[in-house]
Design a protein around this ligand. Structure first.
Ligand code: MEZ
Length: 549
């Protein structure tokens, strides 16, 4: 029995017909040619959603006024605060701490650990549970140039090239230089990396990498990273406190404009808490749940750009936030899996992308934006996509090749999570291909930081997906798990240095929020949205209209 319809099973025969010859070539190391630099630019210009003018407009308020962002981002930046500032008494703090970490994914947890090691008391606030984040959902791997024949230098060149030379060089240098240290640190915390029989690290290529430096833990690398860093934070519970289901809703500044804490909101009791903090880190992750241009997303439920909104109201500049990453291989069938990530590791293991005729149409490991453009082109322009029963277009990702190239059982061993996710719907991905189309995966830009995760506001740090500049206009696979740990750790270290001499002002204030609300009024904007959004609103109107009597 198969979870595919008879019509799709019929189309799969075309894939099977071309497979032996493709596998034979792959075994000989022969590949579909990569695009030239000129072709890449042309494909991006024509097919990548970022390069379209539709659905984008200039934001009308704030420090980046006039900058063009996706419509969903501009609208959110122009929304008013969900907090009625008059209802919060800032003279009484419910919590006092050295470092307030907003967000409990990889970046927030790494920062907490680094700061605690320097003697700081840390409070982590998170809107879901500790670890509910994009980090825990990351699959394919983490980059780090720690193997013979590789070096941070080559890693640096790959990151800059992948980002179309728009990355901040200092941030890329920090990312790539710290990478071997981070891999070593994770191993010392007990992370179970994939290894060769002789105990050496098993490393693979990702799209756009010139050396094999993708370290993995099956296809659950993020979950394994989160397991070890969260355990470590929980073991230091005397110094690192965690408030779950309690998101931050606004930053607090002092009379000198330095960051001095935040207002938190208890989702269960609906109470507000005032946190007075000598330093604050925003590590709230990305914006996938804004569903830019209507795309489904790989992101976790809380990815609603809260950190960007709060920082923007406090006067922090943004960088590259108009650039969105669409992961080339999101599931489009069965309907229950739509948008789910199908890790790039599948292609790293040799699986190819095929059109409805069973033909290859692109090199499978182009940088992500280019690969996505190739898939969109094949479906929308060339007309050789596959139509699903629910009306979606996509192409095949030929996973059964993996067992043929590397030996029976490789799919189940290397991709256990993916295998289960499809087996649930009677699709055995070691025997039949998957149907894919690009899915919204990553916020390439965000809060402007320097190489020590400092923002333009004193005492305020930012790290991970919410921050911008590291990846330029396109991130390469495996650099996000690295980014959260590198810049999270750096934020924790720098905050510790700052806290030793920082003197908080005597007056805590939310006047920046009031000022921002006034600016919105003055611009004549009334979009009815209150933010941070905290959670996406998927309830249809007819459900929202139901009243409890
Ligand atoms: O860095 C990522 O986004 C990643 C590892 C995703 C994946 O394809 O597995």
């Amino acid at each position: 029995m198969s979870g595919y319809t008879p019509a799709l099973m019929e189309l799969i025969k075309k894939v099977e017909a071309t497979r032996p010859a493709r596998v034979e070539k792959a075994r000989k190391g022969e590949h579909f040619p990569a695009l030239t630099m000129e072709q890449r630019q042309e494909w991006l210009r024509q097919y990548h959603p970022d390069y379209k003018n539709d659905g984008r407009r200039a934001v009308e308020v704030g420090v980046n006024k006039g900058t063009v962002y996706p419509e969903e981002v501009s609208t959110l930046l122009e929304s008013k605060s969900r907090l009625n500032t008059k209802c919060v008494d800032l003279s009484k703090a419910d919590y006092e701490t050295d470092l307030l970490v907003i967000g409990a994914g990889g970046a927030g947890t790494a920062a907490a650990l680094a700061a605690q090691e320097q003697g700081l008391k840390v409070l982590i606030s998170t809107k879901l549970r500790h670890g509910d984040s994009n980090t825990v959902m990351a699959e394919g791997g983490i980059q780090g140039a720690d193997q013979e024949g590789d070096s941070p230098y080559f890693h640096y060149l790959d990151v800059i090239g992948g980002g179309h030379f728009s990355n901040q060089p200092g941030l890329v240098a920090a990312l790539t230089n710290d990478a071997p240290l981070i891999i070593h640190w994770l191993e010392s915390l007990g992370m179970m990396f994939d290894k060769k029989p002789d105990g050496r690290m098993l490393v693979r290529h990702g799209g756009g990498t010139s050396r094999k430096r993708m370290h993995s833990a099956g296809d659950m690398t993020g979950a394994e990273i989160m397991r070890v860093v969260r355990d470590e934070a929980r073991n230091r519970a005397n110094d690192i406190k965690v408030l779950e289901f309690t998101p931050a809703v606004e930053l607090i500044l002092d009379e000198k404009g330095s960051c001095a804490g935040a207002v938190l909101y208890n989702l269960e009791t609906k109470e507000y808490y005032v946190v007075k903090a000598k330093s604050v880190l925003i590590a709230t992750g990305g914006f996938g749940r804004l569903h830019i241009q209507g795309f489904p997303t790989t992101n976790h439920y809380g990815a609603t750009a809260d950190g960007v909104v709060m920082a923007y109201r406090a006067g922090v500049s943004l960088q590259d936030l108009d650039s969105t990453q669409y992961h080339p291989t999101g599931a489009i069938y069965p309907e229950q899996n739509v948008g789910l990530l199908i890790t790039e590791k599948v292609r790293g293991l040799g699986a190819q992308l095929l059109n409805t005729e069973g033909e290859q149409f692109c090199f499978p490991l182009e940088p992500r934006d280019v690969e996505s453009a190739c898939v969109i082109r094949e479906c929308m322009d060339i007309g050789k996509g596959i139509l699903t029963p629910t009306g979606r277009h996509g192409v095949w990702l030929d996973s059964p090749m993996i067992d043929m190239i590397h030996g029976e059982g490789t799919v189940r061993k290397e991709l256990p999570a993916k295998y289960i996710q499809f087996k649930r719907y009677d699709i055995d991905i070691s025997k039949v291909p998957m149907l894919i189309y690009p899915t919204l995966h990553y916020q390439n830009g965000g809060i402007l930081i320097n190489e020590w995760s400092e923002t333009t506001v004193k005492g305020l740090y930012s790290a991970g997906e919410v921050a911008g500049g590291v990846h330029g206009r396109n991130r390469l696979m495996g650099n996000s798990l690295l980014d959260v740990l590198v810049f999270g750790r750096r934020a924790g270290l720098k905050a510790a240095e700052y806290v030793k001499t920082a003197k908080l002002g005597s007056k805590l204030s939310l006047s920046h929020v009031e000022k921002f609300n006034k600016e919105i009024d003055k611009a004549g904007i009334d979009n009815g949205i209150e933010s941070p959004l905290l959670l996406p609103d998927y309830a249809p109107e007819h459900v929202k209209a139901r009243q409890i009597s």
